[in-house]
Design a protein around this ligand. Structure first.
Ligand code: AHR
Length: 502
C-alpha cells in the first residue's frame, strides 16, 4: 500500500502556539500528593517536591500547567492553601469524595512550576463561589503589594507577584456533575461579570471561558453560542474538553476518534465566527483545549474505590489509567489534529500530568516512570514547535462510526524557521499493512534525515510498569531516506513515527 504527501514551505496553516503542548494538574487522587509532592521521598527537594518527577516533567518542556482543577476547583477555597501548613484546614472535596489536606496550595505549586520551567494557568471557582473570590485570588497572585491580599502573599513568603496571565473562568460548568452547575445563560452572565471585574484589575489578562465538557453533551453546541453571546468581548479563549476510549476493544474505530475531535474543533470554530459576526466584532476568540487524553482503563477500579469505600480518603489511587501501546497511536493522532488546527487551537492541556490519567506514574517511596503515551507527547512538545504546514496527503482509508473515510496515514508537518528543521509525525492506522510513504519536499530540496524515531509493538495492549518501564518505548529508525527533494519512509502497521529533516 502507498501514500503520498506534498509539503511546501510556503503553504502554511499557522504559527503553532507553544502552549498547545500544555498540561493539567488537579487536586485529585495522587496527582499532587505522591505525584509531584512527597516530602519523605528519597528524591524530594527542600519543599517536598519529588525530583524524579520534576525531571520527567522538565524533559517534556511543558509550556503551561493548568491548576488546581478540574471538578475540584468548583468547591475549592484557595485561601485554605496559604499560610503556615500546620494551620491549613482539612476539607472535604465534594468532586472526588476525598479529603484535601491543603499541604499544597498556590505557593507550593508556583515554586514547583518555577522548578520545572513552566507557566501557571489558574482556574477560579465559579461553582460554589463567584466574582468576589476571583478578584481576591487575582489580587493575591498578581498585585505587587500595598493591598490586603497582596500584603498577605508577601507575609506568606512571596514578595514578587507571580503575574499569571492565563485564567480559566470555572470548569465544565455545563456538566450536571459540577458543584454549582449552571445553564448556559446563567453561566454566561456570571462569566462575563467575572471577566469584567478581572479586566478592571488588568486588561492584559488572557481569559478562558468554559465551553462544552464533550461534544456528546445535550447542550452542545448551543452552549458555546449562548456563552459566547454573553462573553465574546470579555474573553480570549473558549475551553473544550474531550476524552478518548476504546471500551468496545475495536482499534480501527478507536483510532478514528480523532475525526470526531476535528469535527468538534471545526464546529466550535464556526460558532465563534457566527458570534463574532453577530456582534460585528473585530476581536478574535480562540480555542483552549484544556483537557484531553485517553481515559477509560481505570473506570471500573474508580467505581470500586468511590462506591466501596464510603469514606473520605486522602489521595486515593483514582483515575490511574495504565496506558498501552494502542494509546500511543491515539495520542499521536490527537496531537496531529492540534497541529493541523493550530489556526484556532492556541492552548491545549494533556489531562493530566502525573498519576491521574497521566503520562507519568509514581509509586509511593518508589520509582517514577514514563507511561507509553509519554513519548508521542514528548516528541510533539520538544520537536513540534514552529509553523504547521498545510500538507496535501493522499492515503487510502476506511470507514468508522465517526467518519465515512479515515485515512490510514495521518501526518502533520512542522517547519521550525529558527533551526531550519522540518518535522513530520506519522501514524499508520492500518491493522496489517505497511504503507510506503513518499513526501515531496517543496522548498526543502536539499534536506537530509537528521532524526527518525519509531514506535511499534507486537502487542497493542503492552504497557509500561514500575518493573518493566521500557516495554514500550521509541527506537531509532533507519529506513527513512531524503534525497532530491523526496522523503521516503515505510510505515509499519499500527505505528507511530517522527522523521526530522534539515
Ligand atoms: O481530568 C479529570 C476530570 O475530567 C476533571 O476534573 C474534569 O474537568 C473532567 O470531567
Amino acid at each position: 500500500m502507498k501514500a503520498s504527501v506534498i509539503a511546501n514551505k510556503d503553504y502554511t496553516i499557522s504559527k503553532i502556539d507553544d502552549r498547545v503542548y500544555g498540561a493539567f494538574l488537579e487536586h485529585l487522587g495522587r496527582a499532587i500528593y505522591e505525584g509531584i509532592y512527597e516530602p519523605d521521598h528519597p528524591t524530594a527537594d527542600k519543599d517536598g517536591m519529588r525530583g524524579d518527577v520534576a525531571k520527567l516533567v522538565k524533559d517534556l518542556n511543558v509550556p503551561v500547567v493548568r491548576y488546581p482543577g478540574g471538578n475540584f476547583v468548583s468547591a475549592y477555597n484557595w485561601e485554605d492553601g496559604i499560610g503556615p501548613r500546620e494551620q491549613r484546614p482539612t476539607r472535604l472535596d465534594l468532586a472526588w469524595h476525598t479529603s484535601e489536606s491543603n499541604a499544597v496550595g498556590i505557593h507550593e505549586f508556583a515554586d514547583w512550576c518555577a522548578t520545572v520551567g513552566t507557566e501557571m494557568m489558574l482556574a477560579v471557582n465559579l461553582g460554589s463561589r463567584g466574582v468576589d473570590e476571583a478578584r481576591n485570588f487575582l489580587e493575591y497572585v498578581n498585585h505587587p503589594g500595598g493591598s490586603y491580599w497582596s500584603d498577605l502573599r508577601i507575609k506568606n513568603g512571596r514578595k514578587e507577584p507571580w503575574n499569571v496571565k492565563m485564567w480559566c473562568l470555572g470548569n465544565e460548568m455545563d456538566g450536571p456533575w459540577q458543584v454549582g452547575h449552571k445553564d448556559a445563560d446563567e453561566y454566561g452572565k456570571l462569566a462575563a461579570n467575572t471577566a469584567r471585574a478581572m479586566r478592571m484589575f488588568d486588561k492584559s489578562l488572557e481569559l478562558i471561558v468554559c465551553g462544552s465538557s464533550n461534544s456528546d453533551m445535550a447542550s452542545y453546541p448551543d452552549w458555546e453560542r449562548i456563552v459566547l453571546e454573553h462573553t465574546y468581548e470579555h474573553v480570549d479563549h473558549i475551553s473544550l474538553h474531550m476524552y478518548f476510549a476504546n471500551r468496545e476493544d475495536n482499534t480501527p474505530n478507536y483510532l478514528g476518534l480523532s475525526e470526531k475531535l476535528d469535527t468538534y474543533i471545526e464546529t466550535v470554530a464556526s460558532t465563534i465566527k457566527q458570534v463574532k459576526a453577530k456582534k460585528k466584532s473585530k476581536k478574535d476568540v480562540y480555542i483552549s483545549f484544556d483537557e484531553w487524553n485517553v481515559w477509560y482503563h481505570s473506570n471500573k477500579k474508580d467505581r470500586e474505590i468511590l462506591e466501596g469505600n464510603g469514606g473520605w480518603p486522602h489521595a486515593p489511587g483514582l483515575l490511574e489509567d495504565i496506558y498501552n501501546f494502542e494509546d500511543v497511536l491515539m495520542v499521536g493522532l490527537i496531537l496531529n489534529t492540534f497541529i493541523r488546527r493550530s489556526d484556532v487551537v492556541k492552548i491545549a492541556c494533556i489531562a493530566q500530568l502525573v498519576n491521574v490519567i497521566a503520562p507519568i506514574m509514581t509509586e509511593k517511596g518508589g520509582p517514577a516512570w514514563a507511561q507509553t503515551i509519554y513519548y508521542p507527547y514528548y516528541f510533539a512538545s520538544v520537536f513540534g514547535r514552529g509553523t504547521a504546514l498545510q500538507l496535501v496527503t493522499n492515503s487510502p482509508g476506511y470507514e468508522t462510526t465517526h467518519a465515512k473515510n479515515t485515512a490510514y496515514v495521518d501526518v502533520s508537518g512542522v517547519h521550525n524557521e529558527e533551526d531550519g528543521t522540518l518535522t513530520f509525525f506519522f501514524v499508520n492506522r492500518h491493522t496489517s499493512e505497511s504503507i510506503e510513504s513518499e513526501v515531496e519536499l517543496q522548498g526543502f530540496e536539499k534536506a537530509e534525515v537528521i532524526d527518525h524515531q519509531v514506535m511499534t509493538h507486537r502487542d497493542l495492549k503492552a504497557v509500561n510498569t514500575a518493573k518493566a518501564q521500557d516495554e514500550v518505548k521509541p527506537q531509532k529508525g533507519s529506513g527513512a531516506k531524503a534525497a532530491d527533494g523526496r522523503l521516503t519512509v515505510t510505515l509499519p502497521p499500527y505505528s507511530y513515527q517522527m522523521v526530522r529533516v534539515k
